[in-house]
Design a binder for this molecule. Structure first.
Ligand code: SF4
Ligand code: SF4
Length: 459
């Protein structure tokens, strides 16, 4: 039986020993006593429990990646010591995929993704050569909207050229963009072109008024939303954006589609904070006037809603941002919260293939991981099977980088296996890049929950 210690004085001669070998070691003092405190909420709350590390999908498959605890609180502390003036951000921060699962996992509320985004921004700004191939490849991927604008000007030609094997080989050899993936097709008509041809906000007002008459409440003037469609729904999957419009009009909402740029998600992931800020300023300015007039901002992509709700306020100080951020919602989340979407679907029947659902990491971070499964549980005509909690592995631009492709596919393995074992052979998710990875790993066609709602209520 051990002796009870009466004297609490620290024994200076104490030497810690390794539990397995009994060898003594020098403890690493990660949090020195003379540090300057970081006053952001939660920044000094790390207890070194390592929960974030065990939830990191990159660390799970890449032994070289030091994990979120190192990328966040540890590097941050090292920078804050006196010697920290000399401290340069470790290049491993570029191996983080920005999935944000560590954020969700931390029991102490440490703002891990904010720390990672700031560290990545500093690394790119101060350490990365602006003449390197990696810098320009990352910049090209992060500014997808620019390439997509060119692609949709000549969609058929762009689709044929980009998926030509010689062009894919050049892309990999010269730019470092993997040749293993097929580029998603550009739409022959963008969502914004469709929206303008259809009559824009005036047509939406009329459609919404007719729906409100059907619902017996023609004068409900509060039903106004501003749609943040993002890049992918505009240039590649306008069918998702059209479904959003039709579903909201069905419930009597008048929709406006303001000027907008990329939400910034791929820019944060690549440490391109100036590019992200440039686009965030346009987005906030464009949506804040509408929010002042009573509109809510609706996103159909969970990474876009994540960026506007969490990453913008963590990283930027822009006039009107707080209001825009607190009035931003994901589309299905909004209809569940403010309309009886479940009730409408319970009375409906749909003709739709059965679906294997993957909850995107950024949707998880907003508490939306069960919504599609819960929503369609009572819908007659379709079965939805959840394919588990794993990360899809693509994380936006991450899985498009030649040197990250293998890691991305290793992370996705669990999801592919679950999709393979599930009965349905069509996928379902709210995230455009998760849908690319699901399609790439399974060969299934992938749909968005808004399309299922549209098929049930409108078609
Ligand atoms: S989960 Fe949170 S508290 Fe635990 S080590 Fe990671 S950052 Fe620190
Ligand atoms: S954001 Fe994802 S990849 Fe990056 S450290 Fe956190 S869990 Fe790991």
């Amino acid at each position: 039986m051990s002796e009870r210690v009466e004297d609490s004085t620290v024994d200076e001669s104490f030497e810690p020993t390794q539990p397995n070998t009994g060898e003594s070691y020098e403890p690493v003092q990660v949090f020195p006593d003379d540090q300057t405190m970081d006053l952001r909420p939660g920044a000094d709350s790390c207890t070194k429990c390592s929960t974030c590390d065990t939830n990191c999908p990159v660390a799970a498959v890449d032994d070289e990646f030091p994990g979120p605890k190192f990328q966040g609180p540890e590097q941050w502390r090292l920078k804050q010591t006196d010697e920290g003036e000399e401290y340069t951000i470790d290049d491993s921060v570029m191996d983080c995929s920005n999935c944000m699962r560590c954020d969700d996992a931390c029991p102490s509320g440490v703002p891990l993704s904010q720390m990672h985004n700031e560290a990545r921004g500093e690394y790119v700004e101060t350490e990365m050569s602006k003449f390197s191939r990696t810098y320009w490849r990352n910049r090209l991927l992060a500014n997808y909207r620019t390439s997509a604008k060119v692609g949709t000007a000549v969609p058929r030609l762009a689709n044929a050229v980009l998926n030509n094997s010689a062009v894919q080989w050049i892309n990999e050899t010269v730019l470092g963009i993997t040749s293993e993936r097929e580029f998603p097709d550009f739409a022959t008509q963008t969502f914004r072109e469709w929206w303008a041809d259809r009559g824009g906000a005036a047509a939406s007002r009329e459609n919404a008024r007719e729906s409100r008459e059907r619902m017996g409440d023609p004068a409900d003037a509060d039903k106004q939303v501003a749609y943040f469609h993002g890049c992918y729904s505009n240039y590649n999957t306008p069918e998702v954006a059209k479904a959003m419009v039709r579903n909201f009009e069905y419930f009597g909402y008048e929709i406006v589609v303001p000027e907008q740029r990329c939400s910034g998600t791929p820019m944060f992931a690549n440490g391109m904070l100036s590019d992200a800020r440039r686009d965030a300023e346009v987005n906030v300015s464009s949506f804040s006037d509408l929010v002042d007039q009573g509109y809510d901002a609706i996103c159909s992509c969970t990474s876009c809603s994540m960026a506007i709700r969490q990453e913008y306020p963590e990283l930027f100080d822009i006039d009107g941002l707080d209001d825009v951020s607190t009035h931003t919602y994901e589309a299905v989340e909004y209809l569940r919260a403010f309309e009886d979407l479940e009730g409408e679907l319970a009375d409906a029947t749909v003709e739709f293939p059965d679906l294997a659902y993957h909850a995107p990491c950024h949707g998880r971070n907003q508490g939306l991981e069960r919504q599609a499964v819960e929503l369609f549980r009572e819908l007659d005509g379709v079965e939805v099977e959840d394919v588990g909690k794993s990360c899809s592995g693509i994380s936006g631009t991450y899985g498009w980088k030649a040197e990250k492709y293998e890691t991305s596919m290793k992370i996705g393995e669990e999801m592919f296996e679950h999709m393979d074992h599930a009965e349905p052979e069509t996928g379902l998710t709210e995230c455009p890049t998760c849908s690319m990875q699901m399609e790439h790993g399974s060969g299934y066609e992938i749909r968005h929950p808004l399309e299922v709602v549209e098929a049930a209520l409108i078609e």
